[in-house]
Design a protein around this ligand. Structure first.
Ligand code: HPA
Length: 275
């Protein structure tokens, strides 16, 4: 396990040599939501393949680089493309970037994703602030020997999604200068390991256990971030409705996320400004 720490530290040193200021806010861009990356000023781009020990994403719709720079004068580090468990990565690989962010000095994480809506109040194209999550299969990136440089053995997961940042996002969505209305929903996100979409019985189960939306990412990263004391804001783009009679297609998921991407960008920019 100390080997894992050594690998993270190698990545951290590599990135630190390329940047002059410590990033404060990390942003993970979900499927189809990559447009925000264009807003990063004074940027340094680092392909994942250049970073020692970094995995490389294989999913269509994800670019594979870190973009480090400024948004509204805040130091940000943006992950364009993430690592999913369903691609074959182990949980500690999925969350490797989070541990790198933690040791780079990041204190806040804005994590986004595309997900299916389970709650009938959620419609395709909605943005949902994540208030909590359900880790359905119990898979944890923290399994194995604890590395105390990252955090404690038994971290609490209450308020994993910062109530302060949720309030801040809600306030910003109501800001008067917005030209289009930014309506935000709220709900519980359930993680399914995928890559298959859910069966009818699984959808029913997820609904019964209290999930509002379901997706194949985010929860491992959030567990890892909370473990390392990083404050989290989670934003879901609802790309399909699970109560529809057929499974969504990946193409449709990307298409809807891309349609929502401008609204998402507006929200995140306002949140960063107010952070
Ligand atoms: N289920 C799981 N993951 C998803 C979905 C879904 O319906 N939509 C987008 N990601």
């Amino acid at each position: 396990m100390q080997d894992y720490l050594r690998k993270v530290l190698e990545s951290v040193s590599f990135i630190n040599e390329k940047i002059s200021e410590m990033p404060e806010i990390a942003i993970i861009l979900g499927s189809g939501l990559g447009g925000l990356a264009d807003e990063v000023m004074d940027r340094v781009e680092i392909p994942y393949s250049d970073i020692p020990n970094f995995p490389a994403s294989k999913v269509v719709g994800h670019e594979n680089k870190l973009i480090i720079g400024k948004i509204y004068n805040k130091n940000v580090i943006v992950m364009q493309g993430r690592f999913h468990y369903y691609e074959g990565y182990e949980m500690d690989e999925v969350t490797f970037p989070i541990k790198v962010f933690a040791l780079l000095g990041v204190s806040k994480l804005i994590v986004s994703n595309a997900a299916g809506g389970l709650n009938k109040k959620l419609k395709s194209g909605d943005l949902m602030l994540i208030t909590d999550h359900i880790n359905t299969f119990g898979l944890s990136p923290l399994r194995g020997e604890n590395i105390s440089e990252f955090g404690e053995r038994f971290p609490g997961m209450r308020n994993a999604y910062s109530p302060r940042l949720i309030e801040l996002a809600k306030e910003q969505a109501k800001a008067k200068d917005l030209t289009t209305k930014l309506e935000l929903k709220e709900g519980v996100y359930a993680f399914m390991p995928g890559p298959q979409y859910e069966t009818e019985a699984e959808i029913k189960m997820l609904d019964i256990i209290g999930a509002d939306a379901v997706g194949m990412s985010t929860v491992p990263e959030v567990i890892s971030a909370v473990h390392s004391g990083i404050e989290v804001l989670g934003i879901t783009c609802i790309t399909d409705e699970c109560y529809a009679p057929v499974s969504p297609s990946h193409e449709r998921v990307l298409q809807v996320a891309e349609q929502v991407s401008e609204k998402f960008k507006t929200l995140v920019m306002k949140v960063i400004m107010a952070m």
